[in-house]
Design a protein around this ligand. Sequence first.
Ligand code: ADP
Length: 348
Amino acid sequence: MSRISKTLKGPKKEEKEIPAEPAPTPSDREFLDTALRPAAWDEYVGQKNIKENLLILLTAASERSHPPEHLLFYGPPGLGKTTLAHLVARQCGAPIKVTSGAVIEKVGDLASILTNLSSGEVLFIDEIHRLNKTIEEVLYPAMESGFLDIVIGKGPSARTIQLELPAFTLVGATTRVALLSSPLRSRFSGGIFRLEYYSQDEIEEILRRSAKILGVKLEGTAVTEIAKRARSTPRTANYLLKRTRDYAQVRGRAVSVKLVREALLLLGIDEQGLSPADRKLLSLLAEKFGGGPVGLGTLAAALSEEEETIEEFHEPYLMQIGFIARTPRGRVLTARGLEHAGRRTLGI
Ligand code: ADP
């Protein structure tokens, strides 16, 4: 994924992306992550409280001529965690090294990353919950006191050497904050920030900016129509905009409300922004499991889907809009979810 991961030794684990639904192609991702990614704070819509807090923290650190303390961003995929990390680095006038918890497999991988940092550099570790315990333990002293303790040799002849690291800021991002050990969490002394879903107005603002960059003219209330189906998520909004643009181009038509409806219907995205996979989850809950409660493993098996994909991508939004709920005994369908699944009774 990153410049740094290419320098790591040993077999590289394939990084697993939690796809938007339907999954963006690699060229989509490339384009989204570069051209549409906000490069300045005023282009970064919403998350007002996080932005304000960060700006105070970053300004104070810069006035003290010191890199800011370590930061953690968490929340569902596509809400802008990576973008924030880049903005933090830009604000500090520092380079950023990007890597992922999934590719740091050995202590040597982390040591190579840390010892190659330049002074003041921002180290962004995406999906930081994937770091294993051994790596975490090496990371603690590095975050806390700027030292790297490495054990050389084995058994009675083993000795520890301590390397001093350049001052750096670690920015972690995760979709699964609960999986982070509490010692690791406590090392994010700069703050732990939870990103919220975006309002309809904010998504419309993001879409208008993206449409301008892409050179797409949105007629009438076409922007509202796309925003309604964007799952309150900027990445999804941009994805739907681009698919709508493709549809308009191929049909040789303008992007009107009618065209948006046609284009997104063809993708299987309904008025709530739910994909065929979301709807299948709801109808399975209603029909096969009598509305629940049902355990994640059972649900995943019935859907032929990874547990992780359900937990990280489908569930958060379905819970956000009140279609399903999580109980100690498993997932349950709510009355609203049931209505959406098109059932008046649970069929039991
Ligand atoms: P995450 O790291 O949380 O998965 P990203 O930062 O990669 O999300 O965001 C995905 C895309 O969504 C970005 O490339 C950008 O185009 C868009 N985006 C995210 N947050 C915002 C925002 N607050 N304002 C404008 N665009 C945003």
